[in-house]
Design a protein around this ligand. Sequence first.
Ligand SMILES: Nc1ncnc2c1ncn2[C@@H]1O[C@H](COP(=O)(O)OP(=O)(O)OP(=O)(O)O)[C@@H](O)[C@H]1O
Ligand SMILES: Nc1nc2c(c(=O)[nH]1)N[C@H]1C(S)=C(S)[C@@H](COP(=O)(O)O)O[C@H]1N2
Length: 178
Amino acid sequence: MSLSQPRAAIVTVSDRASRGEYEDKGGPGCEAWLREVVSTPLAITRHIIPDGRDSVAETLRVLVAEEADLILVTGGTGPAPRDETPEGVSAVIEKELAGFGEEMRRASLLEVPTAILSRQSAGIAGKSLIITLPGKPSAIATCLNAVFAAVPYCLDLIGAAFLETDPAKITAFRPKAK
Ligand SMILES: Nc1ncnc2c1ncn2[C@@H]1O[C@H](COP(=O)(O)OP(=O)(O)OP(=O)(O)O)[C@@H](O)[C@H]1O
Ligand SMILES: Nc1nc2c(c(=O)[nH]1)N[C@H]1C(S)=C(S)[C@@H](COP(=O)(O)O)O[C@H]1N2
């Protein structure tokens, strides 16, 4: 377990938000969600980058080298030509955690049939857990609510920071007491 302050990085992947053509609502949405649910003091950095495999992979490599414990990536998970977030993530992770994507899509399909179009997933790179989310700001809470109970224990298992959550929002599940 890392003893330094837990660190999260939020990466918005959007051609238009990165060019300033619209205000990024996904990054602030992720940050607000984490601040509401995670009770351990968390240092959070935010990044806005254009779509593309290389853009995503290069950003993630830097964040993983800096040992960000949790990396949330929003946008670019769909089927359109510029949607290459999963390809960028695949270039960086050592292990995929496919259950994250399955559960986030299951929860999202209760809201919109087009949730099936998202290739969101999660994976491990070094001591970082990377979770990808759709770009629609409204999808963030749906997806994080669906999977976050397993995130603190996943961070324990990879030697990242110890995180606690506000049980009024989400109860972190740890099968073994630490
Ligand atoms: N970071 C964001 N902030 C605000 N709204 C967003 C964001 N990302 C996506 N959206 C909204 O959700 C819609 C669908 O997202 P999607 O990721 O498919 O966008 P896109 O058409 O690929 O464009 P771009 O990559 O330029 O954001 C967008 O058209 C926009 O209205
Ligand atoms: N919860 C939720 N999931 C969702 C959506 C949504 O509006 N809400 N939009 C879907 C759509 S329309 C697309 S194309 C995919 C991929 O979005 P992205 O390319 O912005 O990542 O996410 C899907 N998942």
